[in-house]
Write a protein that binds this ligand. Structure first.
Ligand SMILES: [Zn+2]
Length: 202
C-alpha cells in the first residue's frame, strides 16, 4: 500500500497534477520526501480542497516519519551494560532520542489531520482508512517507546537518588552519562561515568 499510494483515485484537477503532483513525484522518486511535501503543501495553499494533494500530504508525511524512525535504529545505544550488573545510561543521548520521537510524532499527527479531512469526504474509501491505520499504528508504537523512556528517566532519581556515590555531587540525568549499580537487594546506586571509571581503576 505504501508504495502504491499514488494510485489512489482521489480527485485532482489536471492543473493540480501538472503543477504540484508531478514535480512532487519527481522529488519522491529521489527519496526527497521533505521537498515533495513542501510542493504538495504549496499546492494545498492554492487548492485547499484538492483531495489528491491532501492524500499526498499524508503520504509524504508518513514517508518522512518512516525514514526518520529507521534512522533512529542506527542511533548509538542509550543504555549499555558495563558488566557485573552495572548499566550505563547516556542522558544526553536519551534526551536527543526523545526529541526525535517527538518530531516524528508531530509529523505523523499532521499527516493524520490530512487523512481525517479526507475521511470526512471519502468515508468509504478503503485506501484512506487503511492508510489511517498505518499512521495510527506507527504513532502508537513511537508514543509507547518514548513514554517508556520518559518514565525510566523521570523515575530514576526517586530510585537512585540525585547524588553520585563517588563524588557526592549532584547528577543531571538528562544531560550526563550515568552508571547504575545495585548496592543491595532493594538499593540502586548512581555514579557519574567518570567517577565510576576512576573508582574501578583503583
Ligand atoms: Zn561523581
Amino acid at each position: 500500500m505504501a508504495e502504491g499510494g499514488f494510485d489512489v483515485p482521489l480527485k485532482c484537477s489536471p492543473e493540480e497534477y501538472k503543477h504540484f503532483v508531478e514535480p512532487a513525484m519527481q522529488e519522491a522518486q529521489n527519496s526527497n520526501f521533505p521537498s515533495a511535501l513542501d510542493i504538495v503543501e504549496n499546492g494545498l495553499n492554492a487548492h485547499p480542497a484538492s483531495e489528491g494533494l491532501m492524500f499526498l500530504k499524508a503520504y509524504f508525511g508518513y514517508k518522512i516519519a518512516d525514514t526518520m524512525s529507521s534512522e533512529l535504529s542506527s542511533f548509538p545505544k542509550v543504555i549499555q551494560p558495563l558488566g557485573n550488573g552495572a548499566l550505563m545510561v547516556d542522558g544526553a543521548m536519551t534526551s536527543q532520542l526523545l526529541g526525535k520521537f517527538q518530531e516524528i510524532v508531530k509529523i505523523l499527527s499532521e499527516a493524520e489531520e490530512s487523512i481525517n479531512e479526507l475521511l470526512q469526504v471519502n468515508p468509504n474509501s478503503q485506501e484512506v482508512v487503511a492508510f489511517k491505520g498505518y499512521i495510527d499504528s506507527k504513532k502508537n508504537q513511537l508514543g509507547q517507546e518514548s513514554e517508556n523512556m520518559k518514565v525510566t528517566i523521570s523515575n530514576t532519581p526517586n530510585i537512585a537518588g540525585s547524588f553520585c556515590v563517588g563524588c557526592r555531587k549532584s547528577i543531571s540525568y538528562d544531560t550526563q552519562k550515568v552508571v547504575f549499580r545495585k548496592s543491595s537487594a532493594s538499593q540502586l546506586e548512581a555514579w557519574h561515568l567518570p567517577c565510576f571509571q576512576s573508582k574501578s581503576k583503583n
